[in-house]
Design a protein around this ligand. Structure first.
Ligand code: HSE
Length: 436
C-alpha cells in the first residue's frame, strides 16, 4: 500500500468492551497501526480496556490488552476518545455519560442507548463541545448516517425503509434458500458473531426498531423513541410462510419502515412479503439495505454488510480517525438538537395488502368461517390458496386494507374452531413506485 510520510501525533483511546466488535477493533489496531499512523498522522494508543470478566481467556490481539473490570480505572484522564462497545444500557450508558461530562469524545455502536437516550446524549456532547460519533450503530459499515448528516443534511425525506438487522436477515435467508430450521439458523448467526448477546433483541425486532429511531430522527428531524415503533419480530415466520410467499412471487424480510404524509409519521418494524423484483428481496444473509425517498434527490439505495466483527470495527475506526484527525466534525450541531415531536399517523390506519395464513384441521369449515369473518371486517380477498385436506393451510392474499381491519379479523379468527395454530398476517411491502 502506498503511504504518505507525515508527522504523527499520539491520541489516547479508551476501549470499553472487548466482545466481538471490541476484539476485532483491537486486531485491526494491532495489525495496521503503522499504516494507520502513516496515512492519518495519528498513532492511536489504547489505555486500559474495560471488560466484564478479566479472567476470561482471550485470543489474538485481545490477549495483549491491559484489562480492567472497573469503569473508574478504565476512564483515564488523558484519554481524548472513549470507544464504547459494551452494549446494553447499563454500564455502557454510564461510561458514555461520564466520558462526555469529563469532556471526552465518544464513539459508540450502541443502538440501544442511542435510540433511548440519544437526544439527551447529543445535548450533553453539544454543551461540552465533544464529538459523539455512531456510524456503526446502524448498518455497520454502510455510511448512511454520515450521508444524512453531511451530503443530505438539507434534504427532506418522505419515506425510508430498510433491512436493519443482519441476524434476522441471515435467519430468514438461510431458512428460505437452504431449508435450515429456525433454531439452527439462530445458532449459526450467534456462532458467526452477528447476533446480540441475547438474540431475543434481534428476533423480536427491537434491535431494528432502535436503528429505525436513529435513522428516522435524522431523516425527518423528529424526536423519537423506540416505543413509537409498533414492532413485531420474526419468531412467527415459519418455513411454510416462506414457501407460500415464494408461490406469490415474494421473499419474506424483516423491514423497518417510516413514511411521512399529511396524516403524520408512520413507523413500523415487522416481517413483510417483498416482491422478488424489489432490491430488498435480493439482500441476503447478514447484509443490510436502506432505501430513502428524498423530495429533491429521488430514491437512494444503500446496501452492504450490516453486522459482523470486521465491518463494524471498520466503521468504529472510521469514527475514531475522523475525530482524532479533526477531518470530520462529529460534535452534535443545532440540526441534531432542534428535533420536534412529530404527529403520528395511527398505526391502525396504515394500509397494505396482506398475506394471511390459517392452519386447519377441517378445511371446509375454516375456509367458510374465515371468508365470512374477512368479509365482515371489510377485508377484500384477492387470491386464496389451500394446501392439504384433513390438515393443512389456507393462505389469503388480500387487496389493500388497513392494519386495524386485519387486527380485528385476527381477533375474530382466534375464535374459529378447527384452527390448529394462531393465524399469521404479514403486510406485503409496497414502496408506492419509484419517485425518481
Ligand atoms: N445483532 C445486530 C444485527 C448486530 O444482527 O444486525 C449489528 O447491529
Amino acid at each position: 500500500m502506498w503511504v504518505r510520510k507525515v508527522n504523527v501525533k499520539e491520541v489516547r483511546v479508551g476501549l470499553m468492551g472487548c466482545g466481538v466488535v471490541g476484539s476485532a477493533l483491537a486486531e485491526i489496531l494491532c495489525e495496521e497501526h503503522a499504516v494507520i499512523a502513516a496515512s492519518s498522522g495519528v498513532r492511536l494508543r489504547l489505555g486500559k480496556t474495560l471488560v466484564r470478566d478479566v479472567a476470561k481467556v482471550r485470543h489474538g490481539a485481545a490477549e495483549r490488552l491491559v484489562l480492567t473490570d472497573c469503569l473508574d480505572v478504565a476512564l483515564e484522564d488523558r484519554q481524548e476518545i472513549v470507544v464504547e462497545l459494551i452494549g446494553g444500557d447499563d454500564v455502557a450508558l454510564r461510561a458514555v455519560r461520564r466520558s462526555l461530562r469529563a469532556g471526552k469524545n465518544v464513539v459508540t455502536a450502541n443502538k440501544v442507548i442511542l435510540a433511548r437516550y440519544g437526544e439527551q446524549l447529543a445535548e450533553l456532547a453539544h454543551r461540552k463541545g465533544c464529538s459523539l460519533a455512531y456510524e456503526a450503530s446502524v448498518g455497520s459499515c454502510i455510511p448512511v448516517l454520515q450521508s444524512l448528516d453531511h451530503t443530505l443534511a438539507s434534504e427532506r425525506f418522505s419515506a425510508l425503509a430498510g433491512i436493519l438487522n443482519g441476524t434476522c436477515n441471515y435467519i430468514l435467508t438461510r431458512m428460505e434458500r437452504d431449508g435450515l430450521g429456525y433454531e439452527d439458523a439462530v445458532r449459526e448467526a450467534q456462532k458467526k458473531g452477528l447476533a446480540e448477546a441475547d438474540p431475543a433483541a434481534d428476533v423480536s425486532g427491537s434491535d431494528a426498531a432502535c436503528k429505525l429511531v436513529i435513522l428516522a430522527r435524522k431523516a425527518f428531524n423528529a424526536s423519537l423513541r423506540p416505543a413509537d415503533v409498533p414492532t413485531e419480530g420474526i419468531e412467527s415466520v415459519s418455513a411454510r410462510d416462506l414457501a407460500f410467499a415464494k408461490t406469490f412471487g415474494c421473499a419474506i424480510r424483516l423491514l423497518a419502515t417510516a413514511r411521512r404524509s399529511a396524516a403524520g409519521l408512520e413507523l413500523r418494524v415487522g416481517p413483510h412479503l417483498v416482491p422478488f423484483d424489489h432490491p430488498f428481496a435480493t439482500v441476503r444473509n447478514e447484509s443490510n439495505a436502506m432505501q430513502l425517498d428524498g423530495d429533491s434527490v429521488g430514491r437512494l439505495f444503500f446496501a452492504g454488510p450490516g453486522a459482523g466483527a470486521k465491518p463494524t470495527a471498520r466503521a468504529v475506526l472510521g469514527d475514531i480517525l475522523s475525530i482524532a484527525t479533526g477531518e470530520r466534525d462529529c460534535v452534535p450541531g443545532r440540526r441534531s438538537l432542534d428535533l420536534e415531536r412529530p404527529l403520528f399517523r395511527p398505526a391502525a390506519d396504515a394500509e397494505n395488502r396482506y398475506y394471511l395464513r390459517l392452519s386447519f384441521d377441517d378445511q371446509p369449515h375454516v375456509l367458510a368461517g374465515a371468508t365470512r369473518i374477512l368479509d365482515a371486517c371489510g377485508v377484500e380477498v384477492h387470491r386464496v390458496e389451500a394446501l392439504g385436506a384433513g390438515h393443512g393451510d389456507i393462505v389469503f392474499l388480500t387487496h389493500s386494507t388497513t392494519r386495524g381491519r386485519i387486527q380485528s379479523a385476527l381477533a375474530r379468527l382466534k375464535r374459529l374452531r378447527f384452527l390448529s395454530e394462531a393465524a399469521r398476517a404479514f403486510p406485503v411491502y409496497d414502496d408506492q413506485g419509484d419517485p425518481s
